[in-house]
Design a protein. Structure first.
Length: 122
């Protein structure tokens, strides 16, 4: 048993060496359409994501921030990038800074609550 993002398990699933029991996202993953979510299986609080974001040091001037954000937005629309993400079982997605900050805050709050509940965080 393991918990992992789709990219690291897809080759093993495709080869028939691994079977996915459930996915912890809000909805089913397009590369594994027959795999139910934990929510569908009766565990509504089991929703977690593997994610990555681009960060820069505090104080980077706004014109540079705007160029970086636009470059990332365009990169995530590039057909080659989309194909690479999809071949690994993940969707290519972009959230601009305000939306991403809100997502990170919410995800962090959820993880902190779980960690406190199991007694591993004061």
């Amino acid at each position: 048993m393991m918990a992992s993002g789709p990219g690291s398990v897809k080759p093993h699933v495709d080869a028939g060496a691994m079977r996915i029991l459930a996915n912890w996202g809000e909805e089913r993953i397009s590369s594994f359409p027959d795999v139910p979510t934990f929510k569908e299986l009766g565990y509504p609080d089991v929703v977690y994501y593997n994610w990555a974001g681009l960060s820069v040091p505090k104080g980077v001037p706004e014109p540079i921030m705007a160029r970086l954000r636009e470059a990332m937005r365009q990169a995530m629309k590039d057909p080659d990038a989309v194909r690479i993400f999809e071949s690994g079982g993940s969707a290519a997605a972009y959230q601009d800074a305000p939306e991403f900050a809100k997502f990170v805050d919410g995800d962090s709050a959820r993880l902190i609550a779980v960690t406190k509940k199991i007694g591993k965080l004061e």
